[in-house]
Design a protein around this ligand. Structure first.
Ligand code: ATP
Ligand code: MG
Length: 573
């Protein structure tokens, strides 16, 4: 694989150091012992095209592509398309887009459905070797005879069919002679195996369904377990990484490969990523989309790659996060704040700053001459002198945040209040004199005076102000819609619900707040979808894909405050 040059950003952070974890140890060992001779290491990322990729997939992608890359190997993107009923081209397209966005490019694009002919031939081979048989039981009957963890299963009465009868029935299954669900092909292994997956697993089922690639050619489809290992083997995958729930399937993965005597791919299981306050399950995310609980797969509150991309997250931050979490052999839960920390760390270094007032309150500076205006000079990014300076207009009437004024200030409130002086960032010191209220008694305007000697926000005589607030000149301000996002769920583990409940009960009813008319400094008029900006004091924002020059829309990626350091300290103490 190679890193997608589109994503190489000159100001991107240095990628995190290569993490050490048990998978890397396996690669090192296999390299040392030349387990696969002189063959290059081969990995694959095998999504089922039944939904959009989420952050859990990002972890798998970073491992699959990242490990191959570190060892000079290759990575295939393989669509595991063995479930015709749930799969769609839309998902295939979005998955390719997301893998590339994350910064990876596959060596070969493959589909499990490319192997349907080969898998069918191998099934016949297994039947002929007496290792597979056609069972006339329904799925329900098969389940009933399967036994439990403590009791062995029972042999099916169809288990001892002759090879001829099995061949005949299987070929007729493939020809479409039987209705869905009436017969299956099963591997003949061991109904008393302590591993339930080895109790004569189903290899093929009858499904008269159109496939997004093979159309109506097939009316029998291979099961995941029968398709996956052989697909790996056909692609000469050396290290087939998957999540821990497949550990119990590994004996079956090996059994097929051994019976067929084909390339010995090895399966390695790692921990599934689970993040607090969100859900990483395509099935549940699909439900949110279908029930319109979110605006779509790319709703900026979704943990999908398309969602967090729209929210303003960067591929580099996600890769750095994945490097930091590494891989282990036990499932756990990761604080979402850790991902946010990596994102803030990058945005703090790279985002240009701008002033935007989200909830405006008008301030009139009485002693500033009417009709006068001036430009104040502001650093685009104090963290990066090379980002340069820009000029921001200042005039007699400005907007400040409603929160930055209190008519009756509570204790320790150091921002603007009657009689108090504050600094307008990069501009002047102002002192509040009086307020103007509407009929309902709400403050709608604050009358102030300014000190002309404090230009640039510098104290003229050493006198101190306790607070610096941002502002936008009213006359020059541009309007924009601003969308503020909060966690999608109120519970750190959204699946944690009482008996009879649903994860939907844990949805945060306030996860989206839309501000229709925020006031922005005029330099933002030319902001384009995808641009990332820090609104001073308010957070990291990006321009939404729906934004237009005459109707700007900004998404808040994250507020400024980083809570991860605190969580880490607490964990360490
Ligand atoms: P979901 O339950 O969300 O549908 P899945 O495992 O069925 O997930 P696939 O499309 O089959 O999704 O997954 C492709 C690859 O991504 C697999 O190797 C799978 O193990 C891995 N993967 C999926 N979810 C996670 C996760 N949360 N953490 C790490 N890897 C994951
Ligand atoms: Mg799956």
């Amino acid at each position: 694989m190679s890193t997608n040059p589109q994503n190489t950003n000159a100001s991107a952070p240095a990628e995190a150091a290569r993490p050490s974890h048990f998978i890397r140890d396996i690669f090192v060992e296999d390299q040392k012992t030349k387990k696969y001779g002189d063959a290059v290491f081969q990995t694959r990322f095998p999504p089922e095209p039944n939904g959009y990729l989420h952050l859990g997939h990002a972890k798998a992608i970073c491992l699959d592509f990242g490990m191959a890359d570190d060892f000079g190997g290759l990575t295939n993107l393989r669509f595991d398309d063995t479930n015709p009923e749930k799969e769609e081209q839309e998902y295939v397209d979005s998955i390719m887009e997301d893998v590339r966005w994350l910064g990876f490019e596959w060596d070969r694009l493959c589909y499990a459905s490319d192997y349907f002919d080969q898998l069918f031939e191998w099934a016949i081979q297994l039947i002929k070797a007496g290792k597979a048989y056609v069972d006339d039981h329904s799925a329900e009957e098969i389940r009933q005879h399967r036994g439990t963890l403590t009791e062995p299963g029972e042999n099916s009465p169809y288990r001892n069919r002759t090879v001829e009868e099995n061949l005949d029935l299987f070929l007729r299954m493939a020809k479409g002679e039987f209705p869905d669900g009436t017969r299956v092909l099963r591997a003949k292994i061991d109904m008393a195996s302590p591993n339930l997956n080895m109790r004569d697993p189903v290899m093929y089922r009858i499904l008269h369904a159109s496939h997004h690639r093979t159309g109506d050619k097939w009316c029998i489809y291979p099961m995941y377990d029968y398709a996956h290992g052989q697909s790996d083997s056909l692609e000469k995958v050396t290290h087939s990484m998957c999540t821990l729930e497949f550990a119990d399937h590994q004996p079956l993965y090996r059994w097929y490969i051994e019976q067929l005597g084909i390339f010995p791919s090895q399966q390695i299981e790692f921990d599934r990523l689970s993040l607090t306050y969100t859900l990483l399950s395509k099935r549940k995310l699909l439900q949110l989309v279908q029930e319109k609980r979110v605006s779509g797969w790319d709703d900026p509150r979704m943990p999908t790659l398309s969602g967090i991309r729209r929210r303003g997250f960067t591929a580099a931050a996600i890769r750095n996060f994945c490097a930091a979490i590494g891989a282990s052999r036990t499932n756990g839960s990761t604080d979402i704040e850790m991902l946010e920390h990596f994102q803030r760390e990058e945005l703090n270094r790279t985002s240009p700053r701008a002033m935007a007032v989200l909830r405006p309150l008008k301030v009139v500076i009485e002693n500033y001459p009417e009709g006068q205006e001036e430009l104040v000079e502001v650093a685009n990014n104090p963290e990066d002198p090379s980002a340069g300076l820009r000029q921001v207009p200042f005039s007699r009437e400005i907007y400040i945040e409603q929160d930055d004024f209190r008519e009756v200030p509570p204790p320790k409130y150091y921002r603007l209040s009657p009689g108090k002086e504050v600094r307008l960032r990069n501009a002047y010191f102002i002192t509040a004199k009086e307020v103007v209220k509407d009929a309902a008694g709400n403050v709608v305007e604050v009358r102030c005076t300014y000190d002309p000697a404090s230009r640039g926000g510098n104290s003229p005589d050493g006198r101190k102000v306790k607070s610096t607030i941002h502002w936008v000149s009213a006359k020059h301000a541009i309007s924009a819609e601003v969308r503020l996002y909060d966690k999608l769920f109120i519970n750190p583990n959204p699946s944690d619900v009482p008996e009879g409940g649903s994860f939907l009960d844990n949805l945060n009813p306030n996860s989206l707040e839309v501000i229709a008319d925020a006031k922005l400094e005029p330099s933002l008029a030319t902001a384009k979808p995808g641009d990332r900006i820090q609104f001073e004091r308010m957070g990291y924002f990006c321009v939404d894909i729906e934004s237009k020059p005459e109707a700007l829309v900004f998404n808040r990626t994250l507020p400024l405050k980083d809570t991860w350091a605190k969580i880490e300290r607490k964990a360490g103490s």
